[in-house]
Design a binder for this molecule. Structure first.
Ligand SMILES: [Zn+2]
Length: 347
């Protein structure tokens, strides 16, 4: 149920619609601009998503604790990636090669840090193209894979724990920032770690996308507590500008999202009683038992899912001019961002 309010009860919003001021209500403050002009956008099983009407940033409130997030990720978050690894790897290498080519139009290969390097596929591609690579990854299983199988330099821990004397020519985060409960502290640290004129490159979900607008709470990337922050291109540009980054460019694209017709179909199904049936067919057993939206992994390798996906992708292919227009209008599902660290550092 979608509803709007600036106040929530001290024990959090329930699933009931809000009709007026609540007794013992508290203000929900935007974690970036500290405005209390915020709107409860979606009440989901994994958390309440608010939007700041001043800066446009979406955020989960209350912010999940580090312990809760650690428990969430340790439970089963990496499970699906491990299962998808072979198929994901092929796609990832193609995608990251294209991304590297695009990055190298702006900067020559140098020292590179990837925050949230996962199973190391991007680092592997970058290394093969002449970058001196370093990764940071929280997940012990992914770290071990990077170090033992991929022979990559990866620090296992958080950015906060990571220490280095060196600075980097480029720092990248692929769908990482939105998972980070300290995302603004992270961006400040990134700035300190970049050389003068160094490049920050990000991909992250676009909450202003067409898919997000028409699927609302059923949008595939509205998944608290995994996704804690929700940016549109204007909001992330403003944050980085306020932090002192310059030459900030954003583009929108489909990226890692489903094709738009598939997304519309899934969004429609989720609004109907067929939702439970579709979920039984296409999700992993681990999410069937919990029914928790935050852990609701769609099994993209399931034959039924692949059949529908292939069919909708074929239809989508004929609509490519429309998607180019959507991306041009900033309505694509994924934001790709470039920003320069232009400020002189104090020694
Ligand atoms: Zn704000």
């Amino acid at each position: 149920m979608e509803f709007h309010c600036n106040f929530i009860s001290s024990n959090g919003c329930g699933s009931q619609e809000w009709h007026g001021p609540l007794r013992n209500s508290i203000l929900v403050e935007c974690p970036w601009c500290h405005s209390s002009s915020t709107t409860l956008r979606y009440h989901l099983v994994g958390g309440n998503i608010y939007t700041c009407t001043f800066c446009g940033i979406g955020f989960v409130h209350p912010l999940p604790s580090k312990e809760a997030l650690s428990e969430y990720y340790n439970d089963d978050y990496h499970f699906s990636l491990e299962k998808y690894l072979p198929a994901y790897r092929r796609r990832a290498y193609r995608k990251f090669n294209e991304l590297c080519k695009r990055v190298e139009q702006k900067i020559k290969p140098g020292r590179l840090l990837e925050i949230g390097s996962s199973y190391g596929f991007f680092l592997d591609v970058a290394r093969s193209r002449g970058w001196e690579i370093m990764g940071i990854e929280l997940d012990a299983q992914a770290c071990s894979f990077c170090q033992k199988v991929m022979d990559l330099k990866v620090y296992c821990g958080t950015l906060e724990q990571f220490t280095t004397e060196k600075q980097f020519d480029m720092i990248c985060m692929w769908h990482t920032l939105e998972h980070d409960s300290d995302c603004f502290i992270t961006l400040r640290r990134v700035k300190d770690l970049l050389v003068e004129n160094g490049l920050l490159v990000l991909t992250l979900p676009n909450v202003g996308s067409l898919a997000s607008r028409f699927n609302g709470r059923h949008w595939e990337w509205a998944i608290p507590p995994a996704h804690i922050f929700y940016f549109n291109p204007g909001a992330i540009r403003q944050v980085l500008s306020d932090l002192g980054f310059r030459e900030i460019e954003t583009f929108t694209q489909r990226g890692d999202a489903r094709n738009l017709i598939m997304e519309a179909l899934v969004g429609f199904l989720k609004r109907t009683p067929l939702s439970r049936w579709a979920r039984t067919i296409c999700t992993q057993p681990i999410s069937d038992s919990s029914g928790n939206q935050g852990k609701d992994y769609v099994n993209r390798l399931h034959p039924a899912y692949r059949l529908v996906e292939t069919s909708t992708a074929t239809v989508s292919w004929f609509l490519w001019p429309a998607f180019i227009l959507l991306n041009h209008l900033g309505l694509g599902e994924e934001i790709l961002l470039f920003a320069r660290n232009r400020c002189l550092k104090k020694k």
